[in-house]
Design a protein around this ligand. Structure first.
Ligand code: NAP
Length: 249
């Protein structure tokens, strides 16, 4: 049997990269999407191949609608329709109070976190839906516990974008369930990745982690485990669901 093809947006670093590595170990043929950092994407791809897995890299900025369309056409042409999709690409901006933020910043954040995710889901539907001749599939959207607590004085706009991901995922899951597609959400809490440096505080996880119920920040691999469970048939009766991976946050 051929290996299921799994596309991971933002698969070059952080949670996406950990998911790519674990997915390849579990038998997926992984397509690693990245935006700028080609060398990081290549490094993950090469480590997967060196371990005997199958992986490819595809550059596309998912905040650009035309690039998403082109990415899916290229994947279909080169490797065939996807059976799995993980929307991990996400951005935030400098920590500040909401009143200091601008519509340009909100637009930039929503364009990747919300519209990019939504468009990738729409494209995946074309590959997966039984009514379109597909075999069904599983989609995992990486949201954030920020959608629940709102990230005051840090990035309320980012939290709002993840709230949109949560609502979208729930509605989309219910629409496509009869087409053999499951859609679920993983909401990480504080995870050791480069993202916190993008918000202006590289040491944020070390600062807040000890105050959490589990008394530490999480590793990307711990989030990847939840994502892989939701992708797999082990979660065959789960759709429109949420797994919080936040150390009790
Ligand atoms: P990260 O280490 O900063 O990695 C972000 C990844 O997304 C990179 O591969 C980056 O590619 C890619 N990316 C960003 N914008 C993109 C775009 N427009 N098009 C295509 N790729 C794009 O982030 P992370 O911490 O792993 O975050 C992954 C997801 O988890 C995000 O959705 C984030 O909101 C969520 N999350 C993270 C945490 C945490 O504590 N880290 C907590 C809650 C939720 P390039 O390097 O090529 O730009």
């Amino acid at each position: 049997m051929s290996q299921p093809i799994l596309l991971i947006t933002g698969g070059s670093r952080g949670i996406g990269a950990a998911t790519a590595t674990l997915a390849a170990q579990q038998g997926y043929e992984v397509v690693i999407n990245y935006r700028y950092d080609e060398s990081a994407a290549n490094a993950i791809q090469q480590s997967i191949v060196a371990a005997g897995g199958k992986a490819h890299c595809v550059q596309a900025d998912i905040s650009e609608a035309s690039q998403v369309t082109e990415m899916f056409s290229l994947i279909r042409k080169k490797w065939g329709p996807i059976q799995g999709l993980v929307n991990s690409a996400g951005v935030l901006d400098q920590q500040t109070s909401f009143v200091e933020t601008t519509p340009e910043r909100w637009q930039r954040i929503f364009q990747t976190n919300v519209f990019g995710t939504m468009q990738c889901c729409q494209e995946a539907f074309q590959d997966m839906a039984r009514s379109k001749g597909g075999q069904g599939g599983s989609i995992v959207n990486v949201s954030s516990l920020a959608s629940v607590y709102g990230s005051p004085n840090e990035y309320v706009d980012y939290a709002a974008s993840k709230g949109a991901v949560d609502s979208f995922s729930r509605g989309f899951a219910l629409e496509v369930a009869s087409d053999g597609i499951r859609v679920n959400v993983v909401r990480p809490g504080l995870i050791y990745t480069d993202m916190h440096a993008d918000g202006g505080e590289a040491g944020r996880v070390d600062r807040i982690g000890p105050n959490l119920p589990l008394q530490r920040g999480g590793q990307p691999e711990e989030v990847a485990e939840a994502i892989l469970w939701l992708l797999s048939n082990k979660s065959s009766y789960t759709t429109g669901g949420f797994i919080d991976v936040g150390g009790g946050r």
